[in-house]
Design a protein around this ligand. Structure first.
Ligand SMILES: Cc1cc2nc3c(=O)[nH]c(=O)nc-3n(C[C@H](O)[C@H](O)[C@H](O)COP(=O)(O)OP(=O)(O)OC[C@H]3O[C@@H](n4cnc5c(N)ncnc54)[C@H](O)[C@@H]3O)c2cc1C
Length: 463
């Protein structure tokens, strides 16, 4: 019997789409190329310890009673109980820019508002006008690209404040160079500043295990180490998929979560590169594990620090392998009421240049040496901001855009995919739809909502 639905990719959007569909019809199959689920947000083991590959914090925090909040809608759609997850809110995060201008924020939006009043005394009324726009804007209405940077410039008339507000939102959810679509800005502003950040008490593996168990309880099936090499079509209808092994699986519907161009490649199409093609944004992420007692004291009440040491905040592929002047510093053990572990992590993120890393990788020892050097510079840069920890490092690791490409199949290792999003998920076939990163919702909650909404909009009405 053919599968009713095949989902290509066992990342968070694929898992969420699969659970949503399996609630109504268990004849659904997830095909995941890797030996583990989770995609960009997965885990690995070193020295008998589990390390998360992606998780800094989950955005879109909501209290259980807030029925309309995206997080609670997601739980309802998946019929999952929130208390399965033991959520912990962030302590406090901070945006630190050149000249020590700082804005702290937490899950209490008033903190950001009062910080802006202190650091930018004349900006209060302008910021309130911007808030009105954000509160009234429908980010899901179809519209052409509107530059968030331009709108912020018009409302705030203060380049430093504009850069400081954009920095966390871009690092956590923009695939566009030095800008964001206004709709995406509104989504991310609500998700990060107005709703806030949190994490589960356990690891990402615990969260993924709950999702998988729920899916399998409905009767859904998953196959790991099963890479889809071709999407099989008759006219504009998909009839099945072929695996690397040559096995063919027939199906009625396909949801692909692997990216638009990556999906096109599975039926032999591509998008020509033109002078207007924007490069994708790559990142370098490092993990430093230290005894919890060695975390710099200045960081004890910080969950995430977004920083920029340049004269302007540049969100673009760097000229060198990595742009160290800006970045993110995350303390995954610094969430409210989270028991402190014996060893803790400091994670750092910077923009990285895929092509230069690719060139270096032609010679493995050169590539590894560059990784070591980049990690050392990252460490030195963040030590200037948070204080020393180098002499206590127990384990350290670095992912370049190449690492991400290798493990997730994401083109150029671009976490946020293509700059252009396909918000309705329709890519020219009556039964093939896109979900996840290139559909337009980013991050963990965003990608899961993407999977759910593509099933709701395109598939459930037809079964
Ligand atoms: C370093 C890092 C830090 C991050 N930090 C955060 C954070 O703190 N908070 C947050 O909310 N988000 C974070 N993210 C982003 C978040 O992980 C992603 O937005 C989200 O997980 C995307 O999910 P997805 O399902 O759309 O895509 P993916 O996770 O990319 O899933 C796609 C899946 O498809 C599989 N696949 C690809 N090709 C094939 C094929 N041909 N056949 C079968 N399977 C295939 C891949 O292996 C992958 O498992 C981070 C990401 C990274 C990399």
């Amino acid at each position: 019997m053919p599968a009713s639905l095949v989902i290509i990719g066992g990342g968070l959007s694929g898992l969420a789409a699969a659970i949503r569909f399996a609630r109504f019809n268990p004849n659904v199959l997830i095909l995941e190329q890797h030996s583990r689920i989770g995609g960009l947000n997965s885990y690995y083991y070193r020295n008998n310890r589990l390390f998360e590959t992606g998780l800094h914090a989950i955005t879109n925090f909501a209290s259980p009673g807030d029925k309309r909040a995206p997080l609670n809608r997601l739980f309802r759609q998946l019929k999952l109980k929130r208390d399965l997850f033991d959520f912990h809110e962030q302590i406090e995060s901070e945006i630190i820019f050149t000249g020590n201008t700082s804005l702290r924020f937490s899950n209490d939006f008033d903190l950001l508002r009062s910080e802006i009043e202190t650091a930018f005394p004349s900006a209060g009324p302008d910021f309130d006008r911007l808030l009105s726009l954000i509160n009234e804007y429908d980010p899901f209405a179809p519209r052409p690209f509107v530059s968030a940077r331009q709108i912020l410039g018009e409302y705030l008339n203060n380049p430093l404040l504009v850069d400081m507000l954009l920095c966390p939102l871009m690092y956590y959810g923009s695939s566009v160079i030095n800008d964001m679509d206004l709709g995406q800005f509104v989504i991310m502003f609500r998700a990060i500043f107005q709703e806030g950040m949190f994490r589960p008490g356990g690891t990402i593996k615990d969260l993924l295990d709950v999702l998988l168990a729920s899916y399998q309880n409905y009767g859904g099936k998953i196959r790991l180490k099963s890479s889809v090499s071709r999407i099989l079509r008759k006219g504009n209808k998909v009839v099945g998929v072929e695996l690397d092994s040559g096995e063919v699986i027939n199906c009625e519907f396909v949801i692909s979560t692997i990216g638009y161009e990556e999906t096109l490649a599975l039926y032999g199409e591509s998008i020509p590169v033109t002078e207007n093609t924007q490069p994708r944004l790559g990142f370098m992420e490092s993990i430093f594990e230290v005894p919890v007692t060695a975390l710099p004291p200045a960081s004890s009440n910080r969950t995430i620090i977004f920083f920029n040491q340049g004269s302007r905040f540049l969100y673009q592929p760097p000229e060198n392998v990595v742009h160290f002047a800006s970045g993110v510093i995350c303390f995954p053990s610094h969430f409210q009421d989270l028991p402190l572990p014996a060893t803790a992590e400091i994670r750092t993120t910077h923009l990285a240049n895929y092509q230069l890393w690719h060139d270096l990788s032609q010679d493995r020892s050169t590539y590894l040496a560059a990784k070591l050097a980049a990690r050392a510079t990252s460490r030195k840069t963040v030590e200037e901001i948070i204080g020393q920890f180098s002499s206590h490092i127990l384990y350290e690791d670095t992912f370049t855009p190449l690492t991400i490409e290798r493990y997730t199949g994401k083109k150029e290792g671009a976490i946020y995919g293509r700059p252009e999003k396909i918000k309705n998920g329709v890519i020219g076939h009556e039964n093939l739809f896109l979900a996840g990163t290139d559909q337009g919702f980013l991050g963990i909650v965003g990608s899961m909502l993407s999977g759910v909404s593509m099933v709701n909009q395109h598939i459930l009405p037809k079964i």
